[in-house]
Design a protein around this ligand. Structure first.
Ligand code: PMP
Length: 425
């Protein structure tokens, strides 16, 4: 029976049982961390060959370019082709750059601030500016936009993407709404993927700002955990069909494919956007790290090589996701105290607990030795108005640790729910 349907006496009994279970859990003296979406060491080892893929005097790219020297602002063509195929972007509309897609997002927004966009009439700086943040979302998107002076405006996210009516209402009349974050596949943190219908609608909708942008952060586009694979949409083709070819800036990186912080990041867009981006970038750089790009091109060989590599990742982390789901079900099914996502890809599981208890759950877990992402981190300014969303990142700890951590987490959720319901009576 759901906790909220229990009599006062039964609820008190549940509280006593949960308190005892919590005490037992804390007594295990664990020291576990399921906060950040980092790959585990075994995943990093999958890319060990990368470190020796360019050696000695074998330093020429496919076209005979000596990668040790300056130049090639757009990135190595062989890598742009390989990842263009994977992300559904024509190679000449995809730039291969440095080690971080977040940096590219920061740069694109900075260029828009300082110089305006291809379809706008003025630089964004000096104007009031707002950006739509679907929630729950990725905390670093929020921090990045806030650091550049954007006001963060939330819309809810459902199973197909940002709720269209909420987005339409904002963009239709408010020219200060300059853009929206989107994690189109296996989103951080809910794991949902955008439907084609929702995508088409976002690309077609009228916007009061002529230079409204979708920041299409496909960080998890090829990070499938199991079938069915979410489809890779031809977002640039769809944007052109919708009559807004310049509306989308595509981002991706190999951070969770090879080595985070030492990978290759990509920027994709219409021909006009590519010209715009490289035009500004050319003032900042003589070219990206082509040695690292050649390492990646050689290590994978082709797009099929990347896909094989991603299935090796899935084999390592799939069991961790399955363990989290199993322990949440074992500890919480039928209690009505929580819901959780069971994603087909990506890096996260979202746990939605009884409103008003997320912060308490995170504190309880922390005191018992399980570090969780702070409650609220999935919302702009760290404020989840319902205090209900917790992000679980199962990849980095061992399978045994993630299993133990989730067992404990389920106890904390039950305990916090009992406390809350009793306090309401
Ligand atoms: N976007 C999303 C949605 C992410 O979850 C992450 C990593 N946590 C990043 C971007 C970071 O990408 P990068 O390492 O390429 O800067």
């Amino acid at each position: 029976m759901a906790l909220e349907d229990l009599s006062q006496a039964d609820l008190e009994q549940e509280l006593a049982a949960a308190t005892e279970a919590y005490g037992d859990f804390a007594a295990r003296g664990l020291d576990l961390d399921i906060t950040r979406g980092k790959p585990g060491t075994d995943q990093l080892d999958l890319s060990a060959g990368l470190l020796t893929a360019v050696a000695g005097d074998d330093i020429r790219s496919r076209d005979g370019v000596d990668v040790r020297n300056y130049g090639g602002l757009e990135g190595l063509p062989e890598l742009r082709e390989m990842f263009g195929e994977l992300y559904g972007v024509p190679a000449d509309q995809l730039l291969a750059q440095g080690n971080s897609s977040l940096t590219l997002m920061h740069q694109a927004l900075s260029f828009a601030l300082l110089a305006g966009t291809v379809d706008g009439d003025a630089p964004w700086v000096g104007q009031p500016r707002r950006i739509i943040c679907p929630v729950p979302g990725y905390d670093r998107h929020f921090t990045l936009a806030e650091a550049l002076g954007f006001e963060l405006v939330t819309v809810p996210l459902d199973d197909e993407g940002p709720v269209l009516s909420a987005v339409e209402e904002l963009v239709a009349t408010d020219p200060t709404i300059k853009g929206m974050w989107v994690v189109p596949m296996y989103s951080n943190p809910t794991g949902i993927s955008m439907s084609e219908e929702r995508t088409r609608a976002l690309l077609a909708m009228p916007t009061a700002a002529p230079d409204f942008k979708l920041l299409w952060d496909n960080a998890y586009g090829i990070h499938h955990l199991r079938e069915p694979h979410a489809p890779m949409l031809d977002v640039l083709g769809l944007a052109a069909d919708a009559g807004h070819p310049d509306r989308v800036w595509v981002f991706a990186s190999t951070s969770k494919i090879t080595h985070p912080g030492a990978g290759v990041a990509f920027y994709g867009g219409s021909e006009a956007n590519i010209g715009w981006f490289t035009g500004h970038l050319g003032a900042a750089s003589i070219g990206p790290d082509k040695i690292n790009q050649l390492r990646h091109a050689r290590f994978f060989g082709d797009a099929a090589g990347v896909r094989r590599h991603m299935s090796e990742h899935a084999a390592l982390i799939g069991p961790k996701f399955a363990a989290v789901i199993e322990k949440l079900e074992a500890g919480l099914a039928g209690t009505g105290a929580a819901r959780w996502t069971d994603p087909d890809g990506g890096y996260f599981i979202t746990l939605s607990v009884l409103p008003g208890t997320a912060d308490r759950v995170v504190k309880l877990a922390g005191e018992a030795g399980v570090k969780l992402t702070p409650a609220g981190a999935t919302h702009p300014y760290g404020l989840d108005p319902d205090d209900a969303v917790i992000r679980i990142a199962p990849t980095m700890p061992s399978l045994a640790d993630v299993t133990a951590a989730t067992e404990g987490l389920a106890v904390c959720v039950r305990l916090a729910a009992c406390e809350k319901l009793l306090a309401q009576d």
